[in-house]
Design a protein around this ligand. Structure first.
Ligand code: NAD
Ligand code: TYD
Length: 355
């Protein structure tokens, strides 16, 4: 079996669901159920013995050591993290705790377990660390996309802590021989995306008749990948990636934020039009920019394409249609995730941004 961490969050939950739909290999899912973790994402697995859910922290050495010794997984995929840039600006402490200290303690528990494994089992063991393109910093407009040797220049507390975790993972390979793999992926979108992030926030606010907040001039560029394509890439790296290597994952889909917002509005106009017949674009509101806002991210995915034969199945056009449709069909999920804590966050992040 394999152990995933953070499997109740956006990408982790998609990964667990995809994994069990294509394989009978059981998954232990260790998740602290922070505000971003949601058991409802996995409720279709409630009666499924192949999914073993454990509520707990990756930084709890004793718990992780116990799980490893009990279940003897052949591999670990580390999704668990604090993942929202704006939250990291308001309060970096939790990011240091989970992304840096938590990853360190997880690595320590895994090292102790792996050291005691024998022969083939030891050789075939993998620790796959899921990271982000944000560790590379911000690209100039015409600069080539990030490849795996691009230097690290993280600009936000979030990306700095992810960068630190990537370095720790690298060091555990070089120093202790731990068989690690690291993936650095671009912005994901798709089902179960928590509505603090741009695409789900726009869908949720549009349908609620609320402003659609665009930071700064809306010309920042992100490189978007449908979450299931990210999951396929991770599976492939786990299976065939070369130990110690880094793989950048992206779908060659650079878009400005304002283009994304307009595309979402157009799809909603088509599928769930406003009562007054006007476009959802009317709700777009330019607000104060994010401090230190990275201007452009872009992933050069040629290594994973060339070496592992990975290609995304979705174009941005097909993926965003599926995503909007999912949110329209899952309004109760949307309501359930908008807890008091979520509302307090929205107040905190947006009230102080002036038009
Ligand atoms: P998310 O915030 O939706 O989910 C994170 C999950 O981790 C939650 O279920 C949360 O409860 C859990 N978690 C947090 N702290 C924990 C701890 N200390 N111990 C155990 N579990 C804990 O994040 P996501 O968008 O699904 O991202 C998953 C991973 O992918 C992260 O490592 C992130 O940096 C990386 N990533 C995300 C994107 C993206 O666009 N969302 C892109 C590239 C890489
Ligand atoms: P986000 O989804 O937070 O991802 P990241 O910061 O990790 O790229 O934001 C995507 C882009 O959208 C980013 O440039 C910030 C911008 N943005 C807005 O313009 N308005 C918003 O309300 C949010 C949440 C993000």
């Amino acid at each position: 079996m394999i152990l995933v961490t953070g499997g109740a969050g956006f990408i982790g939950a998609n990964f667990v669901l995809e994994w069990l739909s294509g394989s009978n290999e059981p998954i232990i899912n260790l998740d602290a159920l922070t505000y971003a973790g949601n058991r409802e994402n996995l409720e279709s697995l409630d009666e499924d013995d192949r999914h073993i859910f454990v509520e707990g922290d990756i930084g709890d050495f004793t718990l992780v050591a116990k799980l490893l010794s009990k279940y003897q997984p052949r591999g670990i995929i580390n999704f668990a993290a604090e993942s929202h840039v704006d939250k990291s600006i308001h309060g970096p402490e939790e990011f240091i705790q989970t992304n840096v200290v938590g990853t360190f303690r997880l690595l320590e528990a895994v090292r102790a377990y792996w050291t005691g494994l024998q022969n083939d089992i030891k050789q075939n063991f993998r620790f796959l660390h899921v990271s982000t393109d944000e560790v590379y910093g911000s690209l100039a407009k015409d600069a080539p996309a990030f490849n795996e040797t691009h230097r690290y220049e993280p600009n936000s507390p979030y990306s700095a802590t992810k960068a630190a975790s990537d370095h720790l993972v690298r060091a555990y390979h070089h120093t202790y021989g731990l068989p690690v793999l690291t993936t650095n992926c671009s912005n994901n979108y798709g089902p179960y995306h928590f509505p603090e992030k741009l695409i789900p926030l726009i869908i949720v606010n549009a349908l609620a008749g609320k402003p659609l907040p665009v930071y700064g001039d809306g010309q920042q560029i992100r490189d978007w990948l449908y979450v299931k394509d990210h999951c396929t890439a991770i599976r492939l790296v786990l299976k065939a990636g070369k130990v110690g290597e880094v793989y950048n994952i992206g779908g060659w889909n650079e878009k400005t934020n304002i283009d994304i917002v307009h595309t979402v509005c157009n799809l909603l106009d088509e599928r769930s039009s406003r009562a007054d017949g006007k476009s959802y674009r009317e709700q777009v509101t330019y607000v104060t920019d994010r401090p230190g806002h990275d201007r452009r991210y872009a992933i050069d995915a040629s290594k994973i394409e060339r070496e592992l034969g990975w290609k995304p199945a979705e174009t941005f056009e097909t993926g965003i249609r599926k995503t909007v449709q999912w949110y329209l069909e899952n309004q109760s999920w949307v309501e359930n995730v908008q807890s008091g804590a979520y509302r307090a966050w929205v107040q905190k992040n947006y009230l102080e941004r002036t038009n």
